[in-house]
Design a protein around this ligand. Structure first.
Ligand SMILES: C[S@@+](CC[C@H](N)C(=O)[O-])C[C@H]1O[C@@H](n2cnc3c(N)ncnc32)[C@H](O)[C@@H]1O
Length: 288
């Protein structure tokens, strides 16, 4: 890449960062270039410089570029074995712990919730646990899903999905979805009882100002799902997120990472491994 192209690429990243507030300059270089090049191909622009001019002339392209970089691929019960470990290992422990102390609520945070699939999946498991264990029914539960993309957050709040998006959720837990037909499309809406415990907000987990979890100053979480988002960022951002997430977990709270996500080496001493295979960790006592 010659100097002009390098400068054009840096400028694209700089103005996109300014437009979106998302720290794309901390994205892994390879992913960043690959994704921008995709937009070059789709808009038939042969160079970064020409694409930069196009971007400035047609600001609507910012949204397309942003969408291309923030990949919203997700699904209900993605990696089902992880959710099974949560259902049979994590939830019984947490509900019992809260019951014993006689106070507190069970709070879950899905840090990069995309269109809501992960947060609603967790909500279903919580509802199912309470349905099957009468003693746990008086424990208040909540799930917060947050994402940097406000359009994805709006979709999550609506909670309307195509049959194929729901995958195993629809066959295993049909009672949580209501079939609706919109202009010949077969869609499914999340049941109001599930919507009641799952809420969404727009939130950038890399923001250096982020000092408290999105639930409020006093919110501390029992479970934090940090899945398939760290993979896009460089080590500096990863460490920042880990430190903050640590602070937002209750002592002995659970952190669940994505399959291809790795905990920074120096953070390992602050967590205990609950299930290495499922990437489930427990917050330890000492803090970084
Ligand atoms: C591949 S999806 C992961 C969804 C879900 N956690 C899962 O594992 O299926 C990645 C999501 O991370 C979001 N994201 C990227 N950077 C983010 C940031 N700085 N703060 C919050 N969300 C972010 C994207 O908008 C996208 O919805």
């Amino acid at each position: 890449m010659d100097q002009t192209e390098k400068e054009a690429l840096d400028e694209i990243v700089r103005i996109l960062e300014q437009w979106s507030g998302c720290p794309f300059s901390h994205f892994k270089k390879g992913t960043l270039i690959r994704r921008i090049k995709r937009r070059l191909i789709l808009t038939r622009k042969p160079t970064f410089s020409i694409y930069l001019d196009y971007l400035k002339m047609y600001p609507v392209e910012f949204q397309h570029l942003f969408d291309s970089l923030t990949i919203k691929v997700s699904s209900f019960f993605r990696d089902p074995e992880v959710f099974e470990a949560v259902e049979h290992g994590v939830l019984p422990l947490l509900f019992n712990r809260i019951k014993k102390t006689g106070r507190g609520q069970l709070r879950t945070w899905s840090v990069a919730s995309a269109k809501g699939e992960e947060a609603y999946s967790m909500g279903i498991l919580l509802c199912e646990f309470m349905k099957n264990n009468a003693w746990a029914r008086d424990i208040p539960v909540s799930v917060i899903g947050s994402d940097i993309d406000s359009t994805a957050v709006r979709t999550a709040r609506r909670g309307i999905y195509k049959r194929e998006d729901l995958a195993i959720a629809l066959t295993r837990y049909p009672q949580y979805f209501k079939r609706i037909v919109v202009e010949k499309d077969e869609l499914y809406e999340v049941h109001p009882a599930l919507k009641k415990i799952v809420s969404f907000l727009t939130f950038d987990c890399t923001n250096p100002e982020f000092k408290s979890p999105p639930g409020g100053v006093f919110a501390e979480y029992d479970i934090i799902l940090l899945r398939n988002v760290l993979i896009y960022y460089d080590n500096e951002i990863k460490e920042r997120i880990f430190k903050r997430v640590f602070e937002c977990l209750k002592p002995m709270g659970f952190l669940i990472l994505g399959k291809s996500e790795v905990m920074p080496k120096h953070m390992e001493k602050y967590f205990k491994t609950f299930s290495r295979g499922h990437k489930i960790y427990l917050r330890g006592d000492s803090s970084p």
